[in-house]
Design a protein around this ligand. Structure first.
Ligand code: NAD
Length: 429
């Protein structure tokens, strides 16, 4: 892990500025799109199980809603910061635009460490979040979803609190990522990881790298890392290493099996936060390596699926010469100062806000199904998702060829271009 401190919002702004120059946006448009439209910073007092009270700090940030209601997850993390939430909200705006969803970008966060909280404490925290934010949420205004360390149970409590505050009116479209049978959509659990691999599969076809002869190393084995690994191995690829956090030791480890990790088996020994049980993994003959070792494996594909700022100039020299693609399933895993190094090595990057857009795409499907009160079969959801991801990827790929830019810049050109055009048409700027 890098010793330099990176600010994700500065990274998001620097990426924006590069493309604002390419698109020749005027100063007012830049000023408008460089900052969030609305920020809420608030506290949530929670009665703990021992009857003490703990005060949690929380955020909801709406970056832009020109193309539709804001959409974005709520992240639970002990190191959450306003700037991380700002960056993630901005990336959500671009993400929704690049896959052409009629949605804007928002994001939330609570500074907390869920593994240290009991379930009743987590429930009170979730309900407190909605009580504080009630007037700023709604299917036509701002629709949250799960993110790092938040899950479908948290979303259900939040929806229930929102509906209770409305006097018991059913409003399942206020939040997505809910459990199946309770307003959730089939395929939402798989959507982000699968979406990344749908795009990767298409990209590999263009690069003429047969997926079945390829190997990958993954950081993160939570919702995204697990399902990306599942589909990638189903398509014939081999995941040889997975890195994830160990709560008890307060550090990350990489679990390696050169003949290929058994994803089903590892999923069976992880906890709800995506942390693999170290002792059980060792007993299953996984080699235990340093947390950063996932980066230095001899593989064609690196799949960062944990946190931001993981691939930096500091760690870049350790990346194997064999690596051809970085498939950014996480948000902001590569720092902008690493781009020249990546380019010089000829490594191709499937950029985050395109690569992991499957989650929000399926969240949108969930919203649509909730609003209709008619739910689709899983096959139908995944079919629509694959089509949406493939179409978005091809648009980005073609733009990158036409404009002779990286896939990241191409994705930004499409997304920022769309949001700027709508903002102008609305007469806001
Ligand atoms: P998660 O909480 O389910 O899993 C996080 C994983 O990261 C866990 O396996 C954890 O052990 C691992 N991890 C945490 N710190 C680590 C470290 N220092 N080193 C190695 N591993 C570490 O989270 P998730 O929902 O899978 O999200 C992962 C990433 O994908 C985040 O960047 C998130 O913003 C992004 N994302 C998620 C979704 C979604 O639908 N869940 C959608 C779009 C983007």
């Amino acid at each position: 892990m890098s010793k330099i401190t990176y600010n994700p919002f500065e990274n998001a702004l620097s990426q924006f500025d590069t493309v604002a120059d390419i698109l020749d946006l005027d100063q007012n448009m830049r000023d408008f799109l460089r900052q969030p439209r609305m920020e809420s910073h608030f506290t949530i007092p929670v009665k703990m199980d021992d009857w003490s009270t703990k005060i949690f700090k929380a955020f909801r940030i709406r970056h832009n809603d020109a193309r539709g209601p804001a959409k974005g997850g709520i992240r639970f993390h002990p190191h959450e910061t306003a700037d991380t939430v700002r960056a993630l909200a901005m990336w959500m705006t671009w993400k929704c635009a690049v896959v052409d969803l009629p949605l804007g970008g928002g994001k939330g966060g609570i500074i907390c460490d869920p593994p240290t909280l009991s379930l009743p404490e987590q429930e009170r925290l979730c309900r407190g979040y909605v009580r504080q934010l009630f007037n700023q949420l709604g299917p036509d205004l701002d629709v949250p979803a799960p993110d790092v360390m938040s899950n479908s149970q948290h979303m259900l409590w939040m929806m229930d609190e929102y509906e209770s505050m409305l006097g018991g009116i059913s409003f399942p479209g206020v939040i997505t990522g809910k459990p199946i049978g309770m307003g959730g959509s089939y395929g939402r659990t798989e959507a982000t990881g699968y979406g990344a691999i749908y795009a990767l599969k298409d990209f590999m076809k263009y690069l003429e790298i047969p997926i079945e002869d390829s190997t990958a190393s993954v950081q993160g084995f939570g919702n995204v890392g697990e399902y990306a690994s599942r589909l990638y191995t189903e398509l014939g690829g081999k995941v040889i290493a997975i890195s994830c956090w160990n709560q008890a030791d307060g550090k990350a480890y990489t679990y390696r099996k050169s003949e290929g990790c058994d994803i089903e088996q590892l999923a069976g020994i992880k906890d709800q936060y995506g942390n693999i049980d170290k002792e059980k993994a060792i007993a299953m003959d996984y080699e235990l390596l340093d947390g950063d070792a996932w980066l230095s494996q001899d593989v064609e594909i690196l799949i960062p699926a944990a946190l931001e700022n993981q691939i930096t100039p500091e760690v870049f020299p350790g990346i194997s010469e064999k690596v051809r693609i970085i498939c950014e399933a996480a948000n902001g895993p590569t720092t902008p100062d690493c781009n020249p190094l990546i380019r010089n090595r000829g490594i191709r990057v499937l950029p985050d806000f395109l690569c992991n857009a499957g989650g929000v795409t399926c969240s949108y499907y969930e919203q649509v199904q909730c609003n209709m009160n008619y739910f689709w079969e899983k096959e139908e959801v995944l079919e629509k998702l694959e089509k949406a991801m493939t179409t978005a990827f091809r648009n980005v790929y073609n733009t990158s060829l036409e404009r002779k830019v990286s896939l990241r810049d191409a994705a930004y050109i499409i997304a920022i271009g769309k949001v700027a055009a709508t903002t102008k048409q609305l007469g806001w700027v």
